[in-house]
Design a protein around this ligand. Structure first.
Ligand code: A2P
Length: 258
């Protein structure tokens, strides 16, 4: 039987900006999770495990685990984690959990994945899930960041998923990707909430406006982003779903180390 906390080996690390990095590790084959879930990961500090919640960005059928993180210079974990290198050890709790679960949503037409910052992490896993493409006509992945460089990891995951030998044919026609910035010029600009309220998101993608009757939403971002998006959705008749009572949307806080 595997232990509650497994020690994995770091395979690769990539720094995207001064504040963002991603890394992959080995995976205990007994570690099972649903795409979109998170688990506790971390390092041994002063002889004790120091763990924080991280969404897997890898899909549950991949051999490796992958994660996407911010670097908080005085953060207890990320001030250390940002220095990891291939060959280092990473602690991974074997008990994944989370609310961004497809079974918590009733069937619908399009699935909107609204994220800001590192909140894109669970959606990197979900867009690689073949089942989600069977359940929904389109996946609309919106990623809002301050600057263009902050979008780079998500962009790469989307490109790799579209090029994937096994699921690419399914992904290319069904996955719509809408990156947007708020503090730098880019092809799309503005907050997710503004883009939905103005209808610009739907006009740009040439899709019908989102409706509680037809569409479903997953949200992952900062507490303020979640609060504003929830208010916007509830006003439009969307209700929050759970596994015991599926409905039109589900949310998860992006885990930011303070
Ligand atoms: P803005 O630049 O207008 O604050 P952060 O790095 O602060 O978490 O922000 C990541 C992205 O989320 C930024 O583009 C930011 O826009 C946006 N954002 C912040 N708060 C909200 C909110 N309440 N609703 C929607 N988007 C938000």
């Amino acid at each position: 039987m595997s232990k509650a906390i497994q020690e994995e080996t770091v395979l690769s690390v990539r720094h995207w900006t001064d504040d963002l990095f991603s890394f992959s590790t080995t995976r205990d084959p007994a570690f099972r999770f649903l795409n979109g879930q998170f688990t506790m990961i971390g390092l041994t500090v002063d002889g004790k495990p120091l763990l924080r919640a991280y969404s897997m960005t890898s899909a549950n059928y991949e051999e490796k685990l992958e994660f996407f993180s911010i670097k908080v210079q005085d953060g207890p974990l990320t001030s250390r984690l940002q220095h990891i290198e291939a060959g280092d050890k990473l602690l991974v709790s074997q008990k994944p959990t989370g609310t961004l679960i497809q079974d918590s949503l009733i069937p619908g037409r399009n699935l909107y994945l609204f994220s800001t910052g590192t909140g894109i992490a669970p959606f990197c896993s979900i867009i690689k899930d073949p089942e989600v493409y069977e359940r929904f006509e389109h996946l609309v992945l919106v990623h809002g960041c301050r600057k263009v460089a902050d979008l780079a990891y998500g962009k790469q995951v989307v490109e790799e998923t579209r090029d994937n030998e096994l699921i690419g044919d399914m992904v290319r026609p069904q996955l719509r990707y809408y990156p947007t910035t708020t503090r730098e010029e880019f092809v799309h600009t503005g907050r997710i909430t503004e883009l939905v309220e103005s209808g610009k998101l739907f006009a740009d993608l040439e899709i019908p406006p989102m409706s509680a009757e037809d569409d479903r939403v997953m949200l992952c971002g900062s507490p303020l982003m979640l609060a504003d998006c929830v208010e916007m959705l509830e006003r439009r008749g969307f209700a929050e779903g759970s596994q015991s009572a599926p409905a039109q949307y589900v949310i998860e806080k992006a885990f930011v180390e303070k």
